[in-house]
Design a protein around this ligand. Structure first.
Ligand code: ADP
Ligand code: ADP
Ligand code: ZN
Length: 227
C-alpha cells in the first residue's frame, strides 16, 4: 500500500460477542504460525489460577461489563511482547473501546510496529444470541464449539484435546444481552476508528465457518498482493 511498515503479521479481530472471532483466530494462527491472543482467555486463565487480576476481572465479566482499561491494557501489552509474538499475532477481544485503541496505537508507534489489518466479522444480531447460548468451550485448549452449528465429533468432548467441554458462565441469556449492549455502545465505534485508518477488512460472518475463513484469507492475501 505504499506506506512503510514493519514485516510483522499483526491482526486484530473485531466483531460482536459470538461473531466467530475466536473460531477464525484459531485458524489464522495455525495458518500463519503465530499465537492467537484472546484477552477473554487471558482473564479466564488468571481466574482459574486464582490471581488478583483474575478476581478483579471476574467481577466485571460476570456482569457482562468491560474490565477496566488500565488492567486490560497492561495485560494485553505484556502478552503481545512475549517471544512467540515477535513476528505477529492474532489479537481477539482487544481493543474493545476507543480509549483502548488509542492507547494500543501509541504503544505500537513507540515500538515502531504497525497493524497489518483489522478484520471486522459482521453477523446479524439475532444470530449472535443463538451462537452464544449454544457455545461450548474447551477448558484445555480453549477451542470453541457450537451444539448445532459447529459440534464436536463426540458430543461434549473436544476434538483437538479430548477434554470435556463446558459452557461459559457469561454465555447465559441475561449476561449475553448485556454483553451485546456493551458491544454496541463501546466496541462498535472501533469500526469507524479503524476504517478511518485504512485498516478495516469487512467480512460477512453469517456464512458457515469454512466460508468465513476463505473470505478472510481472500481479503488478506489479496490485499497483500498490492504491497
Ligand atoms: P467473546 O468471545 O464473547 O467476545 P471474550 O472472551 O472476548 O468474549 O470476553 C469475555 C469478557 O472478558 C468480556 O465480556 C469482558 O468482561 C472481558 N474482556 C475481554 N476483553 C476485554 C477488553 N479488551 N476490555 C475489557 N474487558 C474485556
Ligand atoms: P467470538 O470469539 O466472536 O465470541 P466464537 O468464535 O467463540 O465467537 O463463536 C461463537 C459461537 O458460534 C461458537 O459456538 C462457535 O462454534 C459458533 N460459530 C463460530 N463461527 C460460526 C459460523 N460461521 N457459523 C455458525 N456458528 C459459528
Ligand atoms: Zn480442547
Amino acid at each position: 500500500m505504499g506506506t512503510p511498515r514493519d514485516a510483522g503479521m499483526r491482526l486484530v479481530m473485531l466483531g460482536a460477542p459470538g461473531a466467530g472471532k475466536g473460531t477464525q483466530a484459531d485458524r489464522l494462527a495455525v495458518r500463519y504460525g503465530i499465537p492467537h491472543v484472546s484477552t477473554g482467555d487471558l482473564f479466564r486463565a488468571n481466574l482459574s489460577q486464582g490471581t488478583a487480576l483474575g478476581q478483579t476481572a471476574q467481577r466485571f465479566m460476570s456482569q457482562g461489563q468491560l474490565v477496566p482499561d488500565e488492567v486490560t491494557e497492561a495485560m494485553a501489552w505484556e502478552r503481545l511482547n512475549a517471544g512467540d509474538a515477535e513476528t505477529g499475532y492474532i489479537l481477539d477481544g482487544f481493543p474493545r473501546n476507543v480509549a483502548q485503541a488509542q492507547h494500543f496505537e501509541s504503544k505500537l508507534v513507540l515500538a515502531q510496529q504497525s497493524l497489518r489489518a483489522v478484520v471486522h466479522i459482521y453477523v446479524e444480531p439475532v444470530v449472535l444470541e443463538r451462537r452464544l447460548t449454544g457455545r461450548r468451550t474447551c477448558p484445555g485448549c480453549k477451542a470453541s464449539y457450537h451444539v448445532v452449528f459447529n459440534p464436536p465429533a463426540l458430543a461434549g468432548i473436544c476434538d483437538a484435546c479430548g477434554a470435556e467441554l463446558v459452557q461459559r458462565d457469561d454465555d447465559r441469556p441475561e449476561t449475553v444481552k448485556k454483553r451485546l449492549e456493551v458491544y454496541m455502545d463501546e466496541t462498535a465505534p472501533l469500526v469507524n476508528y479503524y476504517s478511518e485508518r485504512g485498516l478495516l477488512v469487512m467480512v460477512d460472518g453469517n456464512w458457515p465457518v469454512d466460508n468465513v475463513t476463505d473470505a478472510i484469507l481472500a481479503r488478506l492475501e489479496g490485499d497483500r498482493g498490492h504491497d
